[in-house]
Ligand binder design. Structure first.
Ligand SMILES: Nc1ncnc2c1ncn2[C@@H]1O[C@H](COP(=O)(O)OP(=O)(O)O)[C@@H](O)[C@H]1O
Ligand SMILES: [Mg+2]
Length: 359
């Protein structure tokens, strides 16, 4: 039994034969079960579930736990009863063969490409006050992870920020931005994202960026979830730059994140504002931590700031020298040994250590 293979609960032989043939072409091994009783134990953990209408006509179909990524495969038009059963079982997509063969190949190839070793992690970054340095910090964490040889996916959720690609000096980089990225099915493949998005060369690792555009909206919550889940399935560290006013997509990130890092300049007013934000986040986020940064006009100690706000102190950073002018010229680089690089490394350690404990 394997949790990394798609679960196939299909009783029509013609459909099963086609799935087996297509999976072989996609280089994907399957976990085939003869009935829903056998499917039950694997249902929740499989990366993808393929069913057919005959299987869903079973009385037990309504008892299956709800999960995403359930796909009904058919080689015949579905009748009303089958559609109702599909709806009741939480099927999120119906693929009609032979027309949808290439979509099925993509889905299976996507599962096959995912590394067996470990899932990715999700970090949300949010400013304790306006202009706190959240976008710069989010970019720094993603760069630091790629510099260490990891794969990073940096996703911008602040539609009014002008685009995080500007922070990276990558506004000319070819590839899609949020308004042009549409997610139809609730599931998107990381290989398709990687091909479509700007890839900003890091060290040994990869840094893929999904920025907001200069105009247009940010993502819908479903698209946000699909992109984050694609990154997680493929072992990426997904870094999400959040706006302070969290809309539906922002709250979706909070729900999916392993850690939310709140960036707080060491100032009284920033602390007061971060306090309110952390209060709102705490009841929904898995873990909230603070990144306290200089300059501190009145030399406020970082632990005093963390005490006032009431959050876990992840790291303390001095102000990054010459940052404003580097950003202005589009020449921001993460300076080795600098305060931002140190802060980013600390937060990555907090994120990944925690994920190891949870695994
Ligand atoms: N680590 C830092 N050290 C010093 N100045 C910073 C730092 N981070 C951000 N800044 C300053 O704050 C400005 C706003 O940063 P940004 O990341 O866009 O904030 P936010 O996303 O929270 O609105 C930057 O242009 C820069 O001048
Ligand atoms: Mg920002």
């Amino acid at each position: 039994m394997s949790n990394s293979r798609p679960l196939v609960a299909v009783s029509a032989e013609s459909v099963l034969d086609e799935i087996v043939r297509i999976a072989a072409a996609a280089g994907c091994e399957l976990d085939c079960v003869p009935d829903l009783i056998a499917a039950r134990t694997r249902w929740t953990r499989a990366p993808l579930v393929l069913v057919d209408a005959a299987m869903l006509s079973d009385d037990d179909a309504g008892q299956l736990p709800k999960r995403g990524g359930v796909v009904l495969v058919t080689d015949q038009p579905l009748d009303v009863v089958s559609w109702e059963a599909a709806y009741a079982a939480g099927v999120e997509r119906v693929l009609s063969l032979p027309d949808a063969e290439s979509e099925l190949v993509d889905l299976l190839a996507d599962v096959a490409e995912e590394p067996a070793a470990g899932k990715g992690t999700v970090l949300g970054v949010i400013g304790g006050r306006g202009g706190a340095g959240a976008s710069v910090f989010a970019a720094s964490v993603a760069i630091a992870h790629a510099d260490e040889g990891g794969d990073a996916l940096l996703v911008d959720f602040d539609a009014l920020s002008g685009g995080i690609d500007l922070v990276l000096g990558a506004e000319q980089a070819a590839g899609l931005r949020w308004p042009d990225v549409t997610v139809r099915s609730g599931r998107v493949s990381m290989s398709a994202l990687r091909d479509a998005l700007p890839d900003v060369a890091g060290g040994d690792g990869r840094l893929v960026v999904l920025s907001c555009g200069r105009s247009g909206d940010g993502p819908a919550p479903e698209a946000a979830a699909a992109v984050i889940e694609a990154g997680v399935r493929s072992g990426y560290t997904v870094v999400c730059d959040l706006p302070r006013e969290l809309g539906p997509a922002g709250w979706q990130v909070v729900d999916l994140a392993d850690l939310i890092a709140v960036i707080v300049p060491a100032e009284v007013r920033a602390s007061a504002s971060a306090y309110r934000l952390v209060e709102r986040l705490r009841h929904r986020a898995r873990r909230v931590g603070l990144v306290v940064r200089g300059p501190s006009p009145d030399a406020l100690p970082a632990d005093a700031v963390a005490d006032v706000i009431g959050g876990e102190l992840l790291t303390v950073m001095r102000a990054e020298p010459r940052l404003a002018s580097a950003l202005e010229r589009g020449e921001f680089r993460l300076r080795r040994g600098g305060p931002l690089a140190g802060g980013a490394t600390d937060v990555l350690a907090a994120l990944h250590d925690d994920a190891k404990v949870a695994a």
